[in-house]
Design a binder for this molecule. Structure first.
Ligand SMILES: [Fe+2]
Length: 291
């Protein structure tokens, strides 16, 4: 039996035993396998900072992450998600990595591109690499899919969104920490500290390094919010580089100058379960005021 399969079965067995211990038994198993992965929470957050130009007040950023298409997450589900995102009326869309679970084995790319293309944001769509986007020689596949669909892939690179000649915000994207080569100084090369800087990193735990630089907000995914959380114990498994910051809002750095948000993602990986960690879309509303 392949090693991967054995590990998956082992984890499945552990998860079932834990549910039984908790008195949830097969009901919990069905909930975690067939109900919670199909729920969606839309989290609304203010993105506040005094450096946000007045002309950006009220602009909406929608972040989605970790769809893991091909692993118990279908194109039909993704189509529905795209509709939901468009109905939120985003000005800017961020995808923070892990589009397909195994890009080199994914056979429905032709149908996937038009769905990503249908996502509409007048100020732009931006994305970064996650570990699964690099896995199995997927890097070029992912790049092609995202760029064909109108996303700008930020690989240790930054770009600006301008509303007029005087007001702009900067979007910085770094490579994945697990399977890529993130380079924060290179990504920030053309960025100045007196402008509002948002950095996208698949792995949240790089925030401790990022907080040493003039970055005001970092948005991440990768953790799936733990994916399976056991009451009073916490997440069953969290991946490397999501051990410190695995869900929600944090302030990072000695002076807490970096605001970090970790999105729980949409899909699942390794095990088709979510328990106490619902799929999430985050909507940030820009507010030019105190941090
Ligand atoms: Fe992921």
């Amino acid at each position: 039996m392949p090693k991967k399969q054995t590990r998956r079965m082992f984890l499945k067995r552990i998860f079932s035993s834990l549910l039984t211990l908790l008195g949830l038994g097969s009901g919990g198993y069905i909930y975690a396998n067939r109900i919670e992965p199909f729920l969606l929470e839309i989290v609304h957050m203010d993105m506040k900072h005094p450096l946000i130009p007045q002309s950006f007040a009220g602009k909406k950023i929608v972040q989605f992450s970790d769809t893991h298409l091909g692993f118990h997450y279908s194109l039909q589900q993704f189509k529905k998600l795209a509709k939901t995102i468009n109905n939120l009326g985003p000005d800017i869309i961020f995808f923070t990595g892990d589009l397909m679970d195994e890009p080199n084995k994914y056979s429905e790319i032709n149908q996937l591109v038009p769905i990503l293309q249908s996502l509409y944001a007048p100020l732009g769509k931006f994305c970064i690499y996650g570990n699964h986007d690099h896995g199995g020689y997927g890097s070029e596949i992912y790049r092609n899919v995202m760029e064909t669909a109108g996303f700008q892939l930020l690989l240790n690179h930054s770009t600006s969104i301008s509303l007029n000649n005087f007001s702009r915000i900067n979007i910085i994207g770094i490579d994945d920490r697990m399977l890529g080569k993130p380079d924060i100084p290179l990504a920030l090369k053309t960025v100045t500290p007196d402008q509002f800087n948002i950095l996208l990193s698949h792995a949240p735990d790089v925030a401790s390094d990022v907080s040493q630089y003039p970055v005001h907000w970092q948005l991440s995914g990768h953790s799936h919010g733990g994916q399976v959380k056991i009451p009073f114990i916490g997440p069953l498994v969290i991946p490397p580089f999501a051990k410190v910051y695995y869900e929600g809002f944090y302030r990072v750095g000695d002076d807490e100058s970096l605001s970090l948000y970790v999105n729980r993602g949409i899909g699942t990986t390794r095990l088709p379960f979510r328990f106490l960690s619902k799929p999430e879309i985050t909507v940030f509303t820009l507010k030019p005021e105190g941090n």
